[in-house]
Write a protein that binds this ligand. Sequence first.
Ligand code: ATP
Ligand code: MG
Length: 435
Amino acid sequence: MSQTIQAVRGMNDILPDEAELWEQFEETVKSWLRAYGYRPIRMPIVEPTPLFARAIGEVTDIVEKEMYSFTDALNGERLTLRPEGTASCVRAVLQHNLLFSGPQRLWYAGPMFRHERPQKGRYRQFHQFGVEALGLPGPDIDAEQIIMCARLWDDLGLADVRLELNSLGSTEERARHRQDLIAYFERHAERLDADATRRLYSNPLRILDSKNPDMQAVIEAAPRLTDYLGEDSLRHFEGVQTLVKDAGIPFRINPRLVRGLDYYNLTVFEWVTDKLGAQGTVCAGGRYDGLVAQLGGKAAPACGFAMGVERLIALWRDEHGEEAVAATRVAPDIYLVHQGQAAQPLAFSVAEQLRGAGFDVLLHCGGGSFKSQMKRADASGAPVALIIGEDEAAAGEVSLKFLRRAAEQQRIPVGRLEEEIGKMIFEWEEDNGGV
Ligand code: ATP
Ligand code: MG
């Protein structure tokens, strides 16, 4: 016998119990996005490799070692499974000239691919919701994006997420800081690890983002970008802080918050939790005014963020407990049990009749005794089983049995089914405080 094939390491199946939880999560997120006027956009999962090299930067973890890239066998084009959504979103906006009709508030969702070491909260295929506002210079939109995140945590019942804020200033301010930073790290060259040494001249800001514990002391004492901010940058930063404070959202300024991607400027923020171990960032974003021009468009300001769905759902589980997770299980309204030649066509037509009336009906397939069918009915979680045997079929009736409460089984004529079942399910839901 040949061995069964397993999924690619770091790429997960999301099984039905979990997928139902995901759907509930996604519905909450979508209605939240509508509340802030964001519109959906869907981009391809595969893009030309140079898009990411140009948008994210050559000297970044993502472009250097995390991308799934391959050559199209037919035309030799270099292609990449998207590692994030911002680059694709901006490409689409430029390709279709969306900014022509004014600023755009857009969101997208879906799988992203990064070749990382798989561990809890870190996968090779993971999922993001991304939010981008293009054509708005801020700081109002920056603050609104932060405030909207806080509302989502509230909608999801997540108490344990805290906000970290920083400003990356302008290109010139970063350049001056960069010079001093390089000089500082040159003086401490013996304390840099291999990654940091390699990045010293190409992307020194990223050294501040290093997770290597041995480098934390040298990073802590490095020149701080905050001290290089000019008047405009400071005013922008203060504008964001004031609006966020007015909204009653506490935050911490973290001068070491620099983001992994090179196109960010001014505002950067992260939402972090202590409950997920090392993979504690559930949402990260900020301003990237340079990207549109870098991708060949007419310069336009932009601000956005991305949330890690796996991490948020893990946090949701952690905070609500497995009972709440079980309660998200979606059950049919009705399980339809039937047996016999004459019963089958009636079962099919009754099932369609009830679906047409808006009920979710699980029609038993595969035959079997009434007893075994009733076991399935019970396991389905449906409040009601409908039973059609030879007797019922001959009379044009259906037997109704409650599965979750004691009550007499009753016979209902097919013509009055919707009405009777509607009443009963309504009562059942009332008794159970809604489903
Ligand atoms: P990290 O420092 O954890 O690697 P990052 O800076 O690479 O994060 P971003 O590119 O900002 O992450 O992505 C936004 C969010 O997407 C992250 O905050 C996280 O919640 C999620 N995320 C990123 N990479 C992964 C991954 N490999 N697996 C699961 N979630 C991820
Ligand atoms: Mg990363």
